[in-house]
Design a protein around this ligand. Structure first.
Ligand code: GDP
Length: 219
């Protein structure tokens, strides 16, 4: 184990790494990564910017030509990455484009061994859209740990935000793979520490590799 392996993960260190149109274009599938998904306009880019304390990062993902790509960001620890998945539901995309999007995305989600968990960003005022439910069901079915960021909480009074969270929790009470349900706001930074801690825990998990001597090192 090198000193770089022991370095605490700093989200401020995130840097754009590469964009991938499909699984074959992704960086090598080793180490750990966490992917962010969300319906367009849910607040995914803002959440990534807030988590990494870098207003430019997710803007990279929004440059023309990159919105439909999988965008990878490296972190200060080797082989640790954040992944910005293409937003779903942009304007009126054709059915073919939706099918294409779904194919590439499900390919990534199914095949990527270094993927430790999915962060689903949803607008707390419009939670559990069809897209969100599809992603929740997908995680459940494929046993992928799920974190939900119910963002834009600053847009509601605290009592209303609490109620909304309780509603989401009630609807998802049977989801075994929902590991974190966090009230979040990129504007007020609500939930930021909790979110970063959960991400760190996931990223600290090494990809299961029977050859690796580092396995269970954290026990
Ligand atoms: P994306 O399409 O999911 O990446 O969404 P964006 O991050 O671009 O956000 C969509 C809109 O919601 C933008 O106008 C943001 O400024 C706004 N927004 C995002 N997060 C928050 C938040 O936590 N609070 C408030 N008040 N506005 C937010």
């Amino acid at each position: 184990m090198t000193a770089a392996d022991l370095k605490p993960i700093s989200f401020n260190s995130a840097r754009f790494l590469v964009s991938a149109a499909k699984l074959q274009d992704c960086p090598p599938d080793s180490g750990s990564e966490v992917a962010f998904a969300g319906r367009s306009n849910a607040g995914k880019s803002s959440a990534i910017n807030t988590i990494t304390n870098n207003g430019k990062l997710a803007r990279t993902s929004k440059t023309p030509g990159r919105t439909r790509l999988i965008n990878f960001f490296s972190l200060n620890r080797e082989q640790r990455r954040l992944v910005d998945l293409p937003g779903y539901g942009y304007a009126k995309v054709s059915r073919d484009m939706k099918d294409d999007w779904q194919k590439h995305l499900s390919h990534y989600l199914l095949e990527r061994k270094s993927l430790q968990g999915l962060v689903l960003v949803m607008d707390i005022r419009h939670p559990l859209t069809d897209f969100d439910r599809m992603m929740v069901d997908w995680c459940e079915h494929n046993q992928l740990p799920l974190m939900i960021l119910a963002t834009k909480a600053d847009k509601l009074k605290f009592g209303q935000a609490k109620q909304a969270m309780m509603g989401i929790a009630r609807e998802l009470e049977n989801q075994q793979w929902l590991k974190h349900l966090i009230m979040f706001s990129s504007t007020s930074k609500t939930g930021l520490d909790e979110c970063r801690q959960a991400l760190t825990d996931w990223l600290d998990t090494e990809t299961t590799d029977p050859e690796s001597e580092l396995e269970n090192d954290n026990d």
